[in-house]
Design a protein around this ligand. Structure first.
Ligand SMILES: [Zn+2]
Length: 267
């Protein structure tokens, strides 16, 4: 969803159901292949006594990823799935734990608490590992602000095009306090497709998952997500889920949770 810079975008951060896992710190960024397995494979167990016969393997089974660990319906959940078929309930939902994110910003930098902490860590890691300087372009938007943003696009582009690039009020991830539009410092290609070709855009695409963030609207998934490619829009989902999706190579929440594609609103 595109922000209108002229609109004062409120910000927020909340943490309601964030998992206790800490985001990786900048100095210990894991490589894509290491230390990201959420399950433990083996524990040292006592050697079975020699008198046992045909003992079964006592090694604990590797547990599959629990897709029900958090709700995808409750807007307070860090896994809430918001798309054109899944309005937030209530429609004017306000997150409970919005905080001001202490990073550079072009608009009020507010996110839910857990999303904020992860973003601060991610920006620091980017700066220290070739990702360049970043800022928040737009973060939390209250329902009332989304009304203004969406209506602004409808007035300038017409409803059809507005629906391709800005969510209707009650359908925006920005309303959850878990989504953030990121731009570079100095600003280059802000809220434009070419952001994906900047140092910052490339770094985010490769590394955001390590911090619990998902590039929510990939280039080839408009028919699934309902939105055009937005290399600047990242959604906090927590490290456990972002790691699992990365591992499985699944790029949208709809596909991961087996939800219907949401190319358009019902009406
Ligand atoms: Zn956005």
């Amino acid at each position: 969803m595109v922000a209108i810079s002229a609109v004062a975008l409120a910000v927020i951060a909340l943490a309601g159901c964030a998992p206790a896992r800490s985001p990786y710190v900048a100095s210990t960024l894991p490589g894509p292949q290491q230390s990201s397995t959420p399950t433990q494979t083996q524990k040292q167990t006592p050697t079975p006594t020699p008198t046992s016969t045909a003992l079964p393997d006592r090694t604990p089974k590797v547990k599959g990823f629990d897709k029900t660990a958090h709700s995808i319906d409750n807007p307070n959940s860090i896994w809430v799935v918001s798309d054109k078929l899944r309005p937030l309930r209530p429609i004017d939902y306000t997150p409970p734990d919005i905080v001001t994110v202490p990073v550079a910003h072009a608009n009020p930098p507010r996110l839910r608490k857990a999303a904020s902490a992860a973003l601060v860590t991610m920006f620091a890691a980017a700066k220290n590992s070739g990702g360049g300087a970043m800022q928040i372009q737009s973060a939390w938007r209250a329902y009332s602000v989304q009304v203004s943003v969406y209506n602004g696009w409808v007035n300038s582009l017409g409803k059809k095009q507005a629906d391709r690039q800005s969510a209707r009020p009650g359908f925006s991830e920005h309303q959850t306090g878990l989504a953030v539009d990121i731009s570079s410092v100095p600003a280059t290609c802000s809220l434009a497709t070419c952001f994906g070709t900047t140092v910052q855009g490339k770094w985010l695409k490769a590394n955001a998952w390590k911090f619990g963030y998902l590039l929510r609207y990939p280039s080839n998934k408009e028919k699934v997500t309902g939105f055009q490619y937005e290399p600047w829009h990242f959604r906090y989902i927590g490290v456990a889920l972002s790691t699992e999706m990365h591992k499985e190579g699944i790029t949208t929440l709809e596909e991961f949770f087996g939800l219907p594609a949401a190319p358009d609103y019902k009406n």
